[in-house]
Design a protein around this ligand. Structure first.
Ligand SMILES: C[S@@+](CC[C@H](N)C(=O)[O-])C[C@H]1O[C@@H](n2cnc3c(N)ncnc32)[C@H](O)[C@@H]1O
Length: 335
């Protein structure tokens, strides 16, 4: 690698910060509303000081995220579905979530010295909007991944449940997709998440196919009992936020919630046993280091052992992958 390439590895932060700031300010939606607008009008509409704003607009235009016409800026037609925060295909919630993560990442060296995240200072939109952004960001990822994951689960015989528990199911994307692809037309899902996430899920359920087959269960899965009498527990992108003890308890409570013969599936990014990769697991491990007190990336082997310790049998890496689409699954013994 040349010195220029090395420096190129780190120069990207300025581009990231410019795009993240635009999304935190919801700049693209403000421009879409006006068709096109000059910097003064936009600064006023967004309640900005004005200093530096013309540079932001010019920087975004240099990245082809804006077009300039006679001193006015507009969003390219092809990008409107992704950059308008109100569009169903918008990626803005995920970019805002990245902006929230970036505050911790910018102090990674400090966190590695001290073992804890830097104290978080809320961004311009405040903590509640940050949580909503997080839930919607999960939905941006899940919208793309869920159809593929549902097909993979069906191929390995895990999609023919009668009543599933979606633990930390956020706005319900997986529940809706799994119900839509489940061969059993009377299948149901119970969505267990924090009350604010459940509110987002209720909105989505109104338009989702089989949305009326979802039961909502607001609460804290570290404190509250789990819904029982389920035959499938789906734990997607959850265990990485917690330590081994919490994961063991989560698997034990899932075991108790399941009917005999029921299945559990744990979707996550799994690190190799010697912690040497893959890349997505290494970077996600850093993300958990800067974002949580006890989060980590698990290896598939650790996850399988924890499931066996909780009483499950036939624990295996059911869907191998180098990224967040890997699934470890197991069965509760039939009576
Ligand atoms: C990384 S997201 C994963 C969302 C979804 N399962 C997916 O794969 O897209 C973690 C989810 O767990 C929920 N969650 C985290 N801690 C929780 C708790 N203590 N009780 C209930 N839900 C919790 C969050 O609100 C969030 O929706």
């Amino acid at each position: 690698m040349t010195p220029e390439q090395l420096l190129g590895l780190t120069a990207g932060f300025q581009t990231s910060c410019a795009v993240m700031a635009a999304c935190e300010l919801d700049l693209f939606s403000a421009i879409v509303d006006r068709g096109s607008a000059d910097p003064e009008t936009l600064a006023k509409a967004l309640d900005l000081d004005g200093r530096g704003f013309s540079y932001l607009l010019a920087a975004l235009a240099s990245l082809d995220l804006l077009e300039i016409d006679d001193g006015k800026y507009r969003v390219p037609e092809a990008l409107k579905p992704f950059l308008d925060s109100r569009s169903p295909r918008s990626v803005v919630p995920m970019i805002r979530h990245q902006a929230n993560c970036a505050r911790g990442w910018s102090q990674l060296a400090w966190t590695l010295k001290n073992g804890v995240p830097v104290p978080d200072v809320a961004g311009v939109n405040g903590a509640l909007v940050e949580f909503q952004d997080f839930v919607l960001a999960m939905n941006v990822v899940a919208n793309r991944l869920a159809p593929k994951i549902a097909d993979s689960l069906r191929n390995v015989g895990l999609l023919d449940f009668e009543r599933m528990l979606d633990l930390g199911g956020a706005s319900g994307t997986y529940s809706f997709e799994f119900l839509a692809k489940n061969p059993n037309p009377s299948a149901k899902a119970v969505l267990f998440d924090r009350p604010a996430a459940i509110e987002e899920a209720k909105i989505k359920a109104k338009t989702a196919l089989r949305g009326d087959s979802v039961e909502f269960y607001p609460g804290d899965f570290y404190v509250d009992p789990y819904p029982t009498d389920v035959d499938f527990v789906w734990i997607s992108a959850i265990i990485h936020q917690q330590d081994d003890d919490a994961t063991q308890t989560m698997f034990r409570k899932s075991f108790d919630a399941l009917r005999p013969g029921g299945a559990i599936a744990v979707r996550d990014v799994y690190i190799r046993d010697d912690q040497t990769g893959p890349k997505a697991a290494a970077f996600f491990g850093l993300n958990m280091t800067v974002r949580t007190l006890k989060g980590k990336v698990y290896s598939a082997r650790e996850t399988i052992s924890a499931l066996e310790k909780a009483g499950f049998q036939n624990a295996r890496l059911a869907i191998p992958a180098d990224d967040m689409s890997a699934v470890v699954a197991a069965q509760k013994p039939a009576d």
